[in-house]
Ligand binder design. Sequence first.
Ligand SMILES: [Zn+2]
Length: 279
Amino acid sequence: MAVSVGLVAQLIEKIAPKSWAEEWDNVGLLVGSGSQTIERILITLDGTMEVVEEAKEFGAQLIVAHHPIIFRPLKNLRTDNAAAQVPLRLLQHEIGYYAAHTNLDQSIVSSSRVLGELIGLEKMEPLERVYDINPSRDSEERGYGVSGYLTRPQPLGTLWKSFLDKLKQSGVYSQPYELTGVRLAGSLEKEVKKVAIVNGSGARFVPKALFKGADLLITGDVDHHAVLDALEGGMAVGDLGHFLTEAPMLKATYDYLTEEKALQGIEIRVSSVNRSPWL
Ligand SMILES: [Zn+2]
């Protein structure tokens, strides 16, 4: 059983059209050819050398990743240029690399949605809505992050503890990741009713979450000044780190692809070496 890279791209773009990606982003097939036939797919957040080696060992001819490996134009393909190493190794092993980034963030498999469902948010809606210029009548609301309400208010300390327990046990991750680098800022007794969640680096969403009246923002990569702004505005911040906020998307993408009839017989795996770099 084999399918073309182009078919896999088509299936991903059905839920995350490339046109949704930001202008500065670089999504789609970045290495390889759409006509290449494949039998195995490796799903990952990052395209590191370690992941490329894992793909080779698994016999995967395609890596489906969240983070693009080429952002700025590559000026050369020298073997001593760090930025060129991964693309060169991929070519050497004849492995394709497909990235779905800001377009996947707005899709039904976005980690923000998965985490919102896990924490039990009601009336969930995009935190920052993105509008289509020519919306079709049945086009769904989309955007970055989510906001919603807990069924009943809970003290921050209790909510955070139960959220971390659920993260470990509920199967939103396909690998048993250690919850390292997790941080919480705010008063543990603070009552939380409205929660905003943004997967990845969400510091820039602090003003938006405050504007929407969130009591807690769960995201990654929050810097000192952004957390102070949040606390000044009366909002707590739970920082899970970049990797742990985005890894649920790997499982969700895996589930989506394995359920596709056209990919029956294709072996799909989530990378077991791609992890948070923080100890
Ligand atoms: Zn990211």
